[in-house]
Design a protein around this ligand. Structure first.
Ligand code: GLU
Length: 414
């Protein structure tokens, strides 16, 4: 039985509520979504038949600002998962101190099996159904697993068409030509790398020559591989849904990406040994990066992990039971709500640029991303030292305290 990620969120909140002595009614509110939208999406397929998909948008919390969060297209998407992901967005934006709340969307579908025309019709239908619930000051979607800049372009166009004027700031992660920000595409991977570097400095690990294993070679996995390789780290193993590859001398990550683009998986990349997911997790390495979906590090495999550091690229990759085991083993874990916050940080930059009808150069975006990530890491790290807690617990304390403070000042309507 896979763990329900919403139970994980609620467990995390109970734990932090007691530890940080947060008013129980605040915790109770944070355990629940503010608004849940479920939509039924009839879509005409290329063969002329109509298929009905189900989609969700969850508004989790807006105490710190407008709702913000991605849209996931995945066959196993479900409401509790979307709620959990929306909760994690709420904590993530608080940890990096962005003026946003948290939300998330999901559509149950397999984007790999849809044609580009079907994807467009599905996206436009979904956007039209949630049109009144999104908006630049209400809820700002972005890409997540299974969605990309093209899909965000259709969200923007559908929303703008329905409004009657162009509204680029309704969604982030757009193509550059439509007001997307330079640096957004690789932002999550860059943020992970910045956190890994900060952590490495503190635990006495040199990134040059460090061995890295990555689960997932999508947007996040590839970009963290690219950034770490640029710092002369060695990417020794990568897995994806179709299989995995291992080369103790280090993989050529650009060639691997080109190969994956062509074949649909990294599996059987020439001159490498095959490796399974479980073998990748158990591989002796310096840094392990889960960069796919939630619940992959569990009590079943946590004990096999032989890395100095785990940098969570995915949202919710580690179950609470596994987290305890990693902590006991002395593995330095950089939690998702800190490690992968680079994506939403550059989304925020994109939103600001759109609202100001401005465009920042890539160097400016990267510099500001670095400043924010380094600062957030420092704050969380110091808090973890001060309270003798793990980085994850410290990040949660920071997020929940900041949310509680905002709630206190807002008061309750009516
Ligand atoms: N989907 C990404 C995440 O989970 C980015 C969200 C955003 O940019 O709003 O953080």
């Amino acid at each position: 039985m896979t763990r329900n990620p919403l139970d994980t969120v609620r467990g995390q909140l109970d734990f932090i509520g007691e530890l940080a002595k947060i008013e129980p009614s605040v915790i109770e509110q944070l355990k629940n979504s503010r608004k849940v939208i479920e939509v039924s999406l009839p879509v005409r397929m290329d063969d002329g038949k109509v298929e009905v998909f189900t989609g969700y948008r969850v508004h989790y919390c807006s105490w710190r600002g407008p709702y913000k969060g991605g849209i996931r297209y995945h066959p196993t998407a479900n409401l509790d998962e979307v709620k959990a992901l929306a909760a994690w967005m709420t904590f993530k934006t608080a940890v990096v101190d962005l003026p946003y709340g948290g939300s998330k969307g999901g559509v149950i579908c397999n984007p790999q099996e849809l044609s580009i025309f079907e994807l467009e019709r599905l996206t436009r239908r979904y956007t039209s159904m949630i049109c009144d619930d999104i908006g630049p000051f209400k809820d700002v979607p972005a890409p997540d697993v299974g969605t990309n800049a093209q899909i965000m372009a259709w969200v923007m166009d559908t929303y703008s068409t329905l409004k009657g004027y162009s509204v680029p700031e309704v969604v982030t992660g757009k193509p550059i030509s439509l007001g997307g920000s330079y640096g957004r595409e690789g932002a999550t991977g860059k943020g992970l790398t910045i956190c890994a570097k900060e952590a490495a400095d503190r635990i006495g690990l040199t990134l040059k020559g460090a061995t890295i294993a990555i689960q997932g070679y999508g947007k996040v996995g590839f970009s963290v591989a690219k950034n770490l390789a640029a710092m002369n780290a060695k990417i020794i193993a990568v897995t994806d849904i179709g299989g995995g590859v291992y080369d103790p001398k280090g993989l050529n990550i650009s060639k691997l990406k080109a190969y994956e683009g062509e074949k649909g998986s990294v599996a059987s990349f020439p001159q490498t040994k095959p490796i399974s997911n479980e073998e990748l997790f158990a591989l002796k390495c310096d840094i392990l990066v889960p960069a796919a979906l939630e619940n992959v590090i569990t009590e079943q495999n946590a004990d096999t992990i032989d890395a100095k550091m785990v940098v969570e690229g995915a949202n919710g990759p580690t179950t609470p039971e596994a987290d305890k085991i990693l902590h006991e083993k002395g593995i330095f874990v950089i939690p998702d709500i800190l490690a992968n916050a680079g994506g939403v940080t550059v989304s925020y930059f994109e939103w600001i640029q759109n609202l100001n009808r401005d465009r920042w150069r890539l160097e400016i975006v990267n510099k500001r991303l670095e400043e924010r990530m380094v600062n957030a890491f420092q704050v969380v790290y110091n808090l973890s030292k001060e309270r003798a807690e793990s980085l994850r617990t410290a990040a949660y304390i920071l997020a929940v305290e900041s949310l509680a403070e905002a709630h206190l000042k807002l008061g309750l309507f009516p």
